[in-house]
Design a protein around this ligand. Structure first.
Ligand code: GDP
Length: 456
């Protein structure tokens, strides 16, 4: 389905740069661009072959405003599958906006967020999970994340899902034929075969789900909160991990009163790190709000850095923190190893597991901490070439498929009719087709592309 409007947007970031790119896509892309661009060769873009670059000038009426190179892509051999021109002009907010305005004045409409990629999807150039790979790649913050996202773009997830689906589809089709045409000589379904197909699909989906958190950690990042009572060294740790003085460090208790956030890359593991107000009972109204926010952050974060002070005996506040952290994904950190030891760390280790000993002040224990984080979150040996889920939408599709397959298994165990088992398997197939977008509703597709930036 090709939409009629020809759309345009600036595809490079808004800022001063050597080059800025304005992308135009749609049936009239060449004619519209020919109204503002004159090549030095005299050749028009409408007469150009695809995959050709033309050097010339951009005009605002009679006045030349910039020199530019226009690259021509002819449908269907373009990113969107439509006619596309990319105007490569000089970078700069004013200039790129001006050229975009000229393009609008000559017939193009503003592109919505993600509309170029949405058109690529609608024109069959890529499926939904690959389109989401594009978004993951753009926002990747580290080497591992970029590799994993590139593989998504290349279809690592699509291939895996299609593989699972085709095995389910073949048993579903066989079952449907057997149920619908009892008089024909269709071979009876072998229960063992049915079981092993469902079992195998479950295993594959479980593998994808088990890699979800680590996948998110290498691509877009996970929330991590640094918590602890006042003065244990949370802000000093925050500064050590960010590599600069992000948080204020003083020996005055209650200095950090609000949550301070920063994204860090610890050996490929992306953490959206929050330094929180020290948790303690306080009469100070402002500090109280900060302490409440710390508790909320602790509850919502995927990973907790629970910090304790080795140079002081454990207090009631420390014990309370231990309790709050029990059963969570937590790294207990014992700070100030450069000072004399007073805390009994066995109390912490009994409840939260092995402590990482550091001196946030002089950086001792930093490598061990990074190693522990990578092991705990699963980014250490993360295989970026294997299929991974890129977002919550995909995860939910997999959970739905898994639930349907579990129901299929129960239906087999209860000896229900093939009809009933077939309904469960169809449910799993539908969820997986929604993941790849082969059977996603318009609302789902709109939601996916809304999250893209304009120009992509
Ligand atoms: P927060 O209240 O938990 O954020 O603690 P801060 O990071 O503000 O640190 C409180 C005090 O402890 C400051 O005077 C820091 O310089 C000091 N401190 C933090 N980490 C260490 C450390 O590893 N060793 C020593 N000796 N002092 C530290």
């Amino acid at each position: 389905m090709t939409e009629k409007k020809t759309i345009a947007a600036i595809s490079t970031p808004m800022g001063t740069g050597g080059v800025g790119i304005i992308r135009i896509s749609g049936e009239n892309a060449f004619e519209i661009c020919d109204k503002v661009f004159k090549s030095f060769s005299g050749k028009t873009l409408a007469d150009s072959e695809g995959y050709r670059a033309h050097y010339g000038r951009i005009f605002d009426g009679e006045n030349a405003v910039d020199e530019a190179i226009c690259i021509v892509f002819r449908a269907p051999h373009s990113y969107t599958g439509e006619n596309v021109v990319e105007i490569n002009c000089h970078g700069g907010i004013f200039l790129t906006k001006k050229i975009l305005r000229l393009v609008f004045e000559n017939g193009a409409s503003p592109a919505a967020p993600g509309e170029f990629t949405k058109r690529a999807f609608l024109n069959g150039k890529m499926d939904l999970s690959k389109a989401e790979g594009v978004m993951t790649l753009i926002s990747a913050q580290g080497e591992q994340g970029a590799n994993a996202a590139y593989n998504l773009l290349e279809g690592s997830l699509s291939r895996k899902i299609n593989e699972i689906n085709s095995s389910l589809l073949s048993v579903a089709a066989h079952m449907a034929a057997w149920v619908d045409y009892p008089d024909d000589e269709i071979e009876e379904i072998d229960e063992n075969n049915l079981r092993s197909t469902v079992e195998n699909a479950k295993k594959e989906i479980n593998t994808l789900l088990s890699r979800f958190d680590s996948g998110m950690a290498v691509t877009t990042g996970v929330d991590a909160a640094i918590v602890g009572k006042p003065n244990v060294g949370k802000s000093t740790l925050m500064n050590l991990l960010t590599g600069y003085d992000r948080s204020i460090v003083t020996s005055v208790e209650g200095t950090t009163r609000d949550v301070i956030e920063e994204t860090v890359n610890l050996n490929g593991c992306i953490l959206r790190l929050s330094d929180t107000a020290g948790m303690r009972e306080t009469g100070d109204e402002v500090e109280k709000i900060g302490v409440d926010r710390s508790r909320k952050k602790l509850e919502r974060s995927a990973v907790i850095f629970a910090v304790f002070d080795l140079s002081r005996e454990l207090s009631e506040e420390d014990m309370e923190l231990i309790e709050l952290c029990e059963g969570r994904t937590v790294i207990p950190i014992i700070n100030k190893t450069d000072l004399e030891k007073r805390a009994d760390i066995s109390v912490i280790e009994n409840k939260l597991g092995k402590c990482v000993a550091i001196s946030a002040k002089d950086g001792e224990g930093y490598d061990e901490l990074c190693e522990t984080v990578a092991t705990l979150i699963g980014t250490k040996d993360f295989d970026t070439s294997a299929a991974m889920l890129a977002n919550e939408r995909q995860r939910i599709c997999c959970e739905t498929a898994l639930a349907s397959l579990n129901e299929a298994f129960e239906a087999i165990d209860f000896g229900l009719t093939l009809d009933a088992i077939g309904v469960c398997i169809d449910g799993a197939i539908a969820a997986l087709l929604e993941l790849t977008g082969q059977k996603a509703s318009e609302a789902v597709v709109d939601e996916v592309f809304k999250q893209f930036c304009v120009g992509k």
